[in-house]
Design a protein around this ligand. Structure first.
Ligand SMILES: Nc1nc2c(ncn2[C@@H]2O[C@H](COP(=O)(O)OP(=O)(O)O)[C@@H](O)[C@H]2O)c(=O)[nH]1
Ligand SMILES: [Mg+2]
Length: 219
């Protein structure tokens, strides 16, 4: 699932496209708190959201490579934390989707300790991308996750997914409502669509900035 692609050199006079993927590698999955995970050598950026929010589609759009989403959708793998290295420079961390109504209570009890242990203990974590669906009210699980990230002090980017499902005006209004309801800063919030690819480059730039900054844990 690696690729080497020399065809994406920036044209003279143009700003280089953010986060051009030259090499993408699935490192493996973590199934339980304290279980196997890859060595924490590279900066990590994690992706969090409820099931069906569009996380696999967003990751796919971000890296322009469908292998990543394929791994993330394998049965069993969706309950694990999946790690992907990008250009041998950073690691994208796909956290299990939470809060799906059809998931048994017992299953639901597992994701939070796994996710929380990852977020609390990962020394190279530089930030978290939290996904919210433009058409849905943020769930209690969404709010708990954002509160947990705020308590940790982890830099958080919020992407509002599936904005193509609403008219431009309606989507902008919903983004404003969600931002206000959750007390977010406008600069933290990126409207996103995997269908139109709106927000892809903005998200990629924001991730580059997170990776370039020193870890908030060392500040
Ligand atoms: N219209 C539209 N549909 C989307 C978008 N992102 C995801 N979807 C759809 O929403 C469903 C769930 O997407 P998926 O990426 O698998 O969500 P995940 O469970 O969070 O990984 C699928 O039917 C996708 O095709 C988007 O930006 N626009
Ligand atoms: Mg998925």
């Amino acid at each position: 699932m690696s690729r080497t692609d020399g065809s994406e050199e920036p044209q003279s006079g143009m700003r280089s496209e953010p986060l051009v993927i030259r090499r993408l590698e699935f490192l493996g999955g973590q199934a339980s708190p304290g279980g196997w995970r890859p060595d924490a050598g590279l900066p990590e950026v994690a992706f969090s959201g409820r099931s069906n929010v569009g996380k696999s589609s967003l990751l796919n759009t971000l890296v322009k490579h469908n292998s990543l989403a394929r791994v993330s959708q394998q049965p069993g793998k969706t309950r694990e934390i999946n790690f992907f290295s990008v250009n041998d420079a950073l690691v994208l961390v796909d956290l299990p989707g939470y809060g799906y109504a059809r998931v048994a209570q017992e299953e639901r009890a597992k994701w939070r300790p796994l996710i929380n242990a990852y977020l609390e203990s990962s020394a190279q974590l530089r930030g978290v991308v939290q996904l919210l669906d433009v058409r849905r009210e943020p769930s209690p699980d969404d709010r708990q996750m954002l509160e947990f990230l705020a308590e940790l002090g982890a830099p958080t980017i919020v992407t509002i997914t599936k904005v193509d499902k609403l008219s431009r005006a309606r989507a902008a209004a919903r983004v404003g409502e969600i931002t206000a309801a959750l007390g977010l800063e406008t600069e933290q919030v990126i409207p996103f669509s995997a269908v139109t690819r709106a927000g892809r480059d903005e998200l990629a730039s924001a991730i580059e900035d997170l990776v370039a900054a020193p870890s908030w844990r060392q500040r």
